[in-house]
Design a binder for this molecule. Structure first.
Ligand code: FAD
Ligand code: 8R5
Length: 472
């Protein structure tokens, strides 16, 4: 059957992977990317920004033959390292052992690896070409180069992987409204940095860290963890970079509370705030003040659409279709899962894109809605529940049930991060498991008087076994 030419907008993470998967299947793929080629220009200012890669994303990379190359530069994160106000730390493992971990990878490095792979597979990427508008009747798109010059281009099958601010989404919406709804979280974020130990100015390190540096240690914190400083209405996190630094992110309400970005507008206010709330982290950020003043406050919101495609002419995927808040570390993972699902569908039915797009939306949209909701819920869990006694008790009971009835109990976090069961299933199963934990714990402040074997029997009698693909 004749294969339509693909016109892909955006060579970010999802665009790069999708271009690779489609070109590997013999599609002719033209990609238009607004930004210059990062492999030539050097990546945005040289700041290290990282992302958490989990099983869904890793599996999609395996489909393209890229998982091994990505893992070369990845740093393992076994669990959450929780930092209390007094600087004490406690590791909460994500999974049962080191087979269930997430990975910190460099965004710039991953993007460049995907661009190389896409070109190797035969995709043609045109950098510095911004989609300005689309004419779906004429079948053309308008592209603008860096100098502002516009040209019309005959479009093939249009795929939009142009991110949360998607221009293709806006163009489709003008032709046929997509039912777009954007829900701001009301909190923003700011990126800061803990440099490698080697980069600390002389005398800026506490004696224990100075000694660690002398022994060749590169990291100022435990490298194999995702660090969290939960503080109730707000928090900091830190993810390790392979070169020894950590990217720190502060999440705060935008306004209407203290602390908020309104009441902590600059480095002077932020330094006082961090002395009170994040003293151990502040001591590891020699460039704190300059970073705080130089880096913008990032916006956090969830994007909901009623439709993801315009009949057989154009389809949105990745953040363009379902941008979510970051608290489950699943935005890229979900977008990679989109790409890995779309490529075989198109390959099987290249002559009927309208049917493929409808089927893709039918399969993916309920799951996008589920991970969007779980991501919002995980903010609450990360920023306060990780230090809440009732939460810790539920966690302990969950672990006891995991050991006694592994085919009937798997935490929602593990279903999301270490399996590929649909997100909507993970959310439903999580709800059912949570109700059972609450029932077992009613009126209790500890596990001492609870018969754990009887609890496991009750679980087996109450919930069906997990599906086979949730038991990896
Ligand atoms: P993007 O990666 O945003 O790529 C869109 C591309 O389209 C860009 O290259 C852009 O230049 C291009 N483009 C935009 N407009 C046009 C246009 N008009 N014409 C042509 N090209 C255009 N997800 C995780 O799974 N784990 C994490 O730990 C994680 N951490 C994150 C940390 C940060 C700081 C942020 C901001 C996000 C994080 N995410 C994480 C989410 C993840 O980054 C996104 O879900 C993912 O990048 C989506 O990929 P995408 O290709 O759809 O969009
Ligand atoms: N995204 C992440 C998790 C879950 C951690 C846990 C959370 C920063 C802008 Cl906030 C966040 C997670 O439940 O213990 N895994 O991966 C990544 C996260 O934030 C990323 C780095 C981020 C957007 C800023």
């Amino acid at each position: 059957m004749k294969r339509p030419e693909i016109t892909l907008i955006g060579a970010g993470l999802v665009g790069g992977l999708l271009a690779t998967l489609l070109a590997q299947r013999g599609f002719r793929v033209e990609v238009f990317e607004r930004r210059p080629d990062p492999r030539v220009a050097g990546f945005a200012g040289g700041r290290s920004i990282n992302l958490a890669l989990a099983e869904r994303g890793l599996h999609a990379l395996r489909q393209a033959g890229l998982a091994e190359a990505v893992m070369q530069q990845a740093v393992m994160m076994r669990g959450r390292m929780v930092h209390d106000r007094d600087g004490r730390t406690n590791l909460q493992r994500y999974g049962v052992d080191d087979r269930e971990v997430i990975w910190s990878v460099s965004r710039g490095g991953l993007n460049m690896l995907l661009l190389d792979a896409a070109e190797r597979a035969g995709a043609r990427i045109h950098f510095g070409q911004r989609l300005a508008s689309a004419d779906f009747t004429a079948g053309t798109i308008d592209l603008e180069d860096g100098g502002g010059a516009r040209r019309a281009h005959a479009a093939g099958l249009l795929l939009g992987a142009d991110g949360a601010g998607s221009a293709l989404r806006a163009a489709i919406d003008r032709a046929t409204p997509l039912g777009e709804r954007i829900e701001p979280l009301g909190h923003g974020y700011k990126e800061l940095e803990i440099p490698p130990l080697a980069d600390f100015p002389a005398g800026a390190l506490a004696p224990a860290l100075a000694a660690a540096r002398a022994h060749g240690e590169r990291f100022a914190l435990e490298p194999n963890a995702l660090h969290i400083w939960p503080r109730g209405g707000y928090m900091c996190i830190a993810l390790p970079n392979a070169e020894g630094s950590f990217t720190v992110t502060l999440f705060l309400p935008n306004a209407g509370a203290h602390p908020s970005f309104a009441t902590v507008p600059d480095a002077a206010a932020a330094t006082m705030f961090f002395r009170d709330d994040f003293a151990d982290a502040l001591a590891l950020m020699p460039r704190f003040a300059a970073d705080y003043d130089a880096h913008p406050v990032g916006v956090l919101a969830t994007l909901y659409l009623d439709r993801w495609h315009l009949d057989g002419r154009a389809l949105l995927l990745g953040d363009a279709a379902h941008a979510i808040v970051p608290f489950h570390g699943q935005g890229m993972n979900a977008g990679f899962e989109d790409a890995a699902e779309l490529a075989p569908l198109l390959d099987a039915q290249p002559g009927d894109p309208a049917a493929v797009f409808a089927e893709f939306e039918r399969r993916r949209r309920p799951n996008a809605e589920a991970i969007a909701a779980m991501a919002i819920e995980n903010y609450i869990e990360m920023r306060d529940a990780v230090a809440d006694p009732h939460y810790l008790l539920k966690r302990a009971l969950g672990e006891a049930l995991t050991a006694r009835a592994p085919r009937h109990y798997k935490s929602r976090y593990r279903l999301v991060s270490f399996t590929r069961v649909p997100y909507a299933y993970a959310r439903e199963r999580g709800r059912a498991q949570d109700a059972l934990l609450e029932e077992l714990l009613r009126g209790r402040a500890g596990l001492e008087a609870l018969d754990l074997d009887a609890a496991a029997s009750h679980l087996r009698a109450t919930l069906p076994p997990l599906p086979a693909d949730a038991c990896t």
